[in-house]
Design a protein around this ligand. Sequence first.
Ligand code: ADP
Ligand code: ZN
Ligand code: MG
Length: 480
Amino acid sequence: MQYEAVIGLEVHIQVRTKSKMFCSCPNRFGAEPNTLTCPVCLGYPGTLPVPNHEAIIKAVKAGLLTGCKIAEVSKFDRKSYFYPDLAKNYQISQYDMPFCTEGHLDIGGGKGFSGNDLPEKTIGITRIHLEEDPAKLTHFGKFTGADYNRSGVPLLEIVSEPDMRTADEAYAYLTGLKEIMRYGGIGDCDMEKGQMRCDVNISLRPVGQKEFGTKIEIKNLNSFRAAHRAVEYEMIRQAEELDAGHVLRQETRGWNDDHGETYLMRTKEEAHDYRYFPDPDLMEVRFTPEEIEAIRVTLPELPEAMRRRMMQDYGISRYDAEVLTQDQDVANWFDRAAGKSRNPKQVANWTISELLRLLGESKIDIADCKIQPEQLAGLVDLIAAGTINNRIGKDVFSEMFQTGTSADVIVKEKGLAQVNDDGAVAAFVDQAIAANPAQVEQYKAGNAKVLQFLMGQVMKISKGKANPQSVMALLKEKLQ
Ligand code: ADP
Ligand code: ZN
Ligand code: MG
């Protein structure tokens, strides 16, 4: 039988804030375990939570960035369960009145993760709510360590509609979501630090059937690649089960990345009853439409919108736009440079091939780069005007990179301006011909390749400054 997969994702993203969700402990990764704690985030009886304003604003921003409706009234609820990562025996979360609902995320338009074309598609976002992260448990064989530094870190849960159909679509959704949340300053989404985590829900149905099949949830995928693999694995496993006539039960599975397979964790019968109820320690959160609009105007341009604008305004390819928008600071830097130049496409080439290369080699962040965007525009325009050639341009660029001096100053101080004067170029050509009689003979005897050698000699004599087009023309003329 031919099946179609139905996939919905639940993504957790830690919000980047100065302090935790309900106390003033720092929200910081990497500290010595259990050093960033207080009676509130350790769940002592009698303590009271104080909501973090910055986290709530960022939750609203996350919703606006994904086209959600923002609730004018929302509230926090207690989700009760017993586990060592949860000192209070309940997690403060949001149940039926989350901050954000009915949003969407656009994916596709280029190549998917597996290399096939991925058509454009809109994936619905059911809801985004804010909660507190539990402590981090680390299993050491015979015992388990609990680090409460993570306990109480603000955490967004972003739940998608079951709108995805392939592993590539799930992968694209995750990548797109991460990109938007990073651009929006919501969180760093570093999966290795556990700042972004994802659960995959997947079911199969016979092609053509409308009703969804039984959903399997795969918990805690620790990379986008693992999510992609887990979807592909489940599509085969569930199809085999269904073809064998088995009835699938709703269950929760884990993912073993080493073995490349999912395994059963628990079935629906063991599902928790969380006994949600409104947290009596916390008031409702209310926003007026004006307050929501005031947050909306602080949103940055989203990466996809930026790429489309760059392709349109600067005449660059989608591929180049993707490279340039991978890092938001690089994107803004390039945007400023291209906006100042009459040759934005060249500015893109220089940014990608020279600037990003030098930044990578010298492990410098764009924020610490000595070249100002306007200065790259200046260099590119000097080349376009024929004041210097491309080769000299590269030397000038590396000097700019080291010192932050403008291209025109370097060109003037070092006398690097291209020699376009035919008389002067002719003199270089004559010198090269006189100095290399053997090669001249070879050329005249029909070895056309020698011309490149002679060209190189002329450029050397001119210290790279001769106009290459004139050199070539004059060489050919004089060797006739
Ligand atoms: P639960 O109550 O079990 O948490 P939800 O209805 O909240 O289930 O859905 C959780 C996630 O599972 C959502 O991302 C949703 O899109 C997805 N989902 C729901 N039903 C299915 C299904 N039949 N197949 C695949 N995904 C599904
Ligand atoms: Zn605390
Ligand atoms: Mg759910």
